[in-house]
Design a protein around this ligand. Structure first.
Ligand code: SF4
Length: 404
C-alpha cells in the first residue's frame, strides 16, 4: 500500500430496529413490577416504562420517558454498555435472552430525531440564577440540562469548536455518528442553554466567574494520555490513543496509511483504536494488553467486535521496549507471569494505557466552592455515569446554593 495514500472513513449504517422488529422485541418484555432494568440505569432511565409505551405503539411516550431522565438519551442508546447495566439485570435473562433495551431506546430516539420532537420544558423556579459550566462533555451537558429545566440561565464554555467532549472527539463516527450527538445537543439548545465555544477558560477567569455566576460547575474530563516510561516511547510512529482518535475524527478519517499497527491496551479506547485502524485500512492490527482476556476492561461487546473484524487480542503481555532508529520498527513484550518475550513488527504503535485529568483541571477537584463531576472526578467511567454525576451536581447546586 502507498504509505502516502489518503484514506477516508467508509460511511457505515448503524443497524436499527424497524417498527415491526421493535414491536416484536417489546412484546417479549415481561413488564416487571419493580423492574431490575430500571434500577440498574445510572441515569435513572426507566426501560420498563418506555418499553411498555412502545408495546402499546406509543413511541412518542417512550421517547419522552427517555428524554426526561437522560439528556444524552440518543447517544447513550448507541454507546452504553447495556450488557453490564440494564440488560444484565433484565429478568428475561433467566428465561432466554435479555430484552434488547439499547436497541429499543435507539428506536425511540430515532423517532424523536426524524420528527424533530422536543419533550423538555422549563419552569421558572430559578429564573434569576446564572450558572457557568466549564467543559461541554457529558457531565456538564447533564448538569446544564437539569438546571435549565428549573429555569436557570446556563452557559457552557468549551475550548473545542463543537460541544460533546469525548462523545465528539473520541468515539468513532461509526459507533456514534455526529447526527446523533447533534440531536442531543439540540435538546439543550431548546432549553435555552448557551454555548461559548473555542473558549478556553483560564484559572483566573474561573475565579472571576465565581463572582459573576451563582455557581460554577467544572466537568473537564480526562484529556491527558497516561504514558508508560519504556525505552523508545518517543520514537516516530508511536502515538497516544486520544490524539489518534481525535485526529481520525476531526479529519473525517483522512489519514496517511498506518501500515502494520500494534495497539497497547485492552480497554474500550484500545478497541476503538482497533476498529478505527480497520476503517482506515491498516495493513495489519494487533491489540496487546496485560490483563487476561476476561479481565481486560473493554466491554464484551467491544471484544467480540474486535474478533469479528479480525483483530487478534493478545493477553497477558506488557510492553518493555519500542525498538527502532528514528522510527518505530518493533515492539518488545514480556509475559507478565512467565517472563517470556516476543517482538512484533510495527509501523505504528498506539498507546491506549489510560488517561487522566490535565494538570490545571486537577486544581478544581480540590476546591469545595466549585462543583465538579464526570471523568475528572471518577477517573474515567461510562458516559451514562457522567450523566448521573452531572445530574447530581445540579441537584447539589440547587440545594446548597439557591436554597440558602
Ligand atoms: S427487567 Fe427485562 S423483562 Fe423486566 S421490565 Fe425490564 S426489560 Fe422488561
Amino acid at each position: 500500500m502507498d504509505r502516502n495514500q489518503t484514506l477516508v472513513y467508509e460511511p457505515v449504517e448503524i443497524e436499527a430496529f424497524d417498527f415491526r422488529r421493535a414491536m416484536e422485541e417489546a412484546s417479549r418484555c415481561l413488564l416487571c413490577e419493580d423492574a431490575p432494568c430500571s434500577t440498574a440505569c445510572p441515569s435513572d432511565t426507566d426501560p420498563e416504562k418506555f418499553i411498555r409505551s412502545i408495546r402499546f405503539k406509543n413511541v412518542n411516550g417512550a421517547a419522552e420517558t427517555i428524554r426526561e431522565s437522560n439528556i444524552l438519551g440518543a447517544s447513550c442508546a448507541l454507546i452504553c454498555p447495556q450488557e453490564k447495566l440494564c440488560e444484565q439485570a433484565c429478568n428475561r435473562c433467566g428465561i432466554d435472552e435479555p430484552i434488547q433495551i439499547g436497541k429499543l431506546q435507539q428506536f425511540a430516539m430515532e423517532y424523536e430525531r426524524k420528527l424533530d420532537k422536543t419533550y423538555l420544558s422549563k419552569t421558572d423556579t430559578y429564573i434569576d440564577k446564572h450558572v457557568a459550566c466549564i467543559g461541554a462533555g457529558p457531565a456538564s451537558l447533564a448538569c446544564a440540562a437539569e438546571l435549565a429545566k428549573e429555569g436557570v440561565e446556563v452557559t457552557i464554555f468549551d475550548e473545542n469548536e463543537k460541544p460533546g467532549g469525548m462523545l465528539r472527539y473520541e468515539i468513532p463516527p461509526y459507533r456514534l455518528p455526529d447526527v446523533v450527538i447533534e440531536q442531543d445537543i439540540r435538546q439543550l439548545e431548546k432549553l435555552g442553554v448557551k454555548f461559548e465555544l473555542n473558549h478556553k477558560v483560564t484559572i483566573d477567569e474561573k475565579e472571576q466567574m465565581k463572582n459573576e455566576y451563582d455557581a460554577v460547575f467544572v466537568g473537564a474530563g480526562t484529556w491527558e494520555a497516561k504514558k508508560i516510561d519504556i525505552p523508545g516511547i518517543n520514537l516516530e510512529g508511536v502515538v497516544n490513543a486520544l490524539d489518534f482518535l481525535e485526529q481520525a475524527k476531526v479529519s473525517n478519517g483522512k489519514s496517511p496509511s498506518l501500515g502494520r499497527v500494534v495497539i497497547v491496551g485492552g480497554g474500550d479506547v484500545g478497541m476503538d483504536c482497533a476498529s478505527t485502524c480497520k476503517h482506515l485500512g491498516a495493513d495489519s492490527i494487533y491489540d496487546v494488553f496485560m490483563e487476561t482476556l476476561k479481565d481486560a476492561p473493554a466491554t464484551e461487546k467491544e471484544k467480540v467486535e474486535s474478533f469479528k473484524i479480525g483483530v487478534p487480542l493478545i493477553s497477558e503481555f506488557k510492553p518493555v521496549e519500542i525498538i527502532g532508529d528514528e522510527k518505530v520498527e518493533k515492539v518488545k513484550f514480556e509475559h507478565i507471569t512467565n517472563g517470556s518475550t516476543m517482538e512484533m513488527v510495527a509501523d505504528t504503535v498506539i498507546m491506549a494505557v489510560g488517561q487522566k485529568t490535565r494538570q490545571d483541571a486537577q486544581y478544581w477537584n480540590q476546591r469545595s466552592d466549585i462543583f465538579t463531576g464526570g471523568d475528572m472526578v471518577n477517573g474515567g467511567d461510562t458516559v451514562v455515569q457522567a450523566v448521573k454525576e452531572g445530574k447530581e451536581a445540579a441537584t447539589k447546586i440547587i440545594n446548597t446554593t439557591f436554597k440558602n
